[in-house]
Design a protein around this ligand. Structure first.
Ligand code: G3H
Ligand code: 13P
Ligand code: NA
Ligand code: ZN
Length: 308
């Protein structure tokens, strides 16, 4: 069924694992992810960004997710990723999403709280869960500056105040991850000490890790081998994600790894079968590559196999 995140996060928190939240943009991506969750008997969050809504047309993604639920019988959360204002959150709630993120992280604390609370008050009436965000995800440039950590990473006391005053169901935190395929210039590092303090001040409260792709070397190598140009791409080591999943982190966001898996596969097909021009002949293997990658994440990184 289409479900909100409450029970899923409660179980994940208590079980010491995390639910994968995967970004979706088209049918093959949805099918690859859903097949993986089905094969692993795992809980699943499918998330749609504003860009995805624009690309696919809002109704298409909703209907494709409905089809996936109907076909598999899985419990799936359909979540808005990085809603930037009240209006897009309301639009998704009105469209039948079961969860939304309001990302007010770029605003000062009071404005972030006011905006987030407004979304929570609206969403609550429909049983829709809300994710807020506090702290700024590092860009590659920022990540190196140790001194800027306190300015950009999530402040534990503010996190407590934010959660209490907004009534959010989950909170995205900044501890050193960033979006995209270039996350670290030097050695990867996350502020686990900060995560521990946040967890201890908000016991039982579900935290969310954005920018959590691991940028697997095999996909980067395949892309580059078959004509791509993504040198120096670097993600969050899987061991760090395993550690995060065991903590209060209940949702781990992955988009970049889906893009890399699919693109690597399609590039390979194009080079190895240059006379092929039936889209099914490259989108099909791309879909299989996504399934394989997502199964690996669920099983070996998130610890969510069999936790449906
Ligand atoms: O956090 C960003 C997600 O990877 C979605 O990316 O806005 O290009 O759809 P997008
Ligand atoms: P990645 O770019 O690391 O996949 O992060 C995705 C994300 O946080 C979506 O909200
Ligand atoms: Na967890
Ligand atoms: Zn994100």
């Amino acid at each position: 069924a289409l479900v909100n995140s409450i029970e899923m996060f409660k179980k994940a928190y208590e079980g010491g694992y995390a639910v994968g939240a995967f970004n979706v943009n088209n049918m093959e991506i949805i099918q690859g992810i859903v097949s993986a969750a089905q094969a692993e008997n795992a809980p699943l969050i499918l998330q749609v960004s504003a860009g995805a809504r624009k690309y696919a047309n809002p109704i298409y993604l909703k209907k494709l997710v409905e089809a996936a639920i109907e076909e598999t019988g899985l419990d799936i959360v359909l979540h808005l990723d990085h809603g930037e204002d009240f209006e897009i959150c309301k639009a998704c709630i009105d469209d039948g999403f079961s969860s939304v993120m309001i990302d007010g992280s770029k605003y000062p604390l009071e404005e972030n709280i006011a905006l987030t609370k407004r979304v929570v008050d609206y969403a609550k009436q429909f049983g829709v869960t809300v994710e807020g965000e506090l702290g700024k995800l590092a860009g590659v440039e920022d990540a190196v500056k140790v001194s800027s950590k306190d300015a950009t990473y999530t402040d534990p006391d503010e996190a407590v105040e934010f959660v209490e005053r907004t009534g959010v169901d989950s909170l995205a935190i900044a501890i050193g991850t960033s979006h995209g395929a270039y996350k670290f210039k030097g050695e990867p590092s996350l502020d686990f000490a900060r995560l521990e303090v946040i967890t201890s001040k908000l016991p039982g409260f579900p935290l969310v890790l954005h920018g959590a792709s691991s940028v697997p070397e095999e996909f980067v190598a395949l892309c580059n081998k078959y004509g791509g140009e993504i040198p120096g791409a670097r993600g969050v080591p899987e061991e760090m994600l395993r550690q995060a999943a065991k903590s209060g982190v209940c949702k781990i966001n992955i988009d970049t790894d889906l893009r890399l898996a699919m693109t690597a596969s399609i590039r390979q097909t194009f080079v190895e079968h240059p006379s092929e021009f039936d889209p099914r002949k490259y989108l099909g293997p791309g879909r299989d590559a996504i399934q394989k990658m997502v199964q690996h994440k669920i099983k070996n990184v998130l610890g969510a196999s069999g936790k449906r």
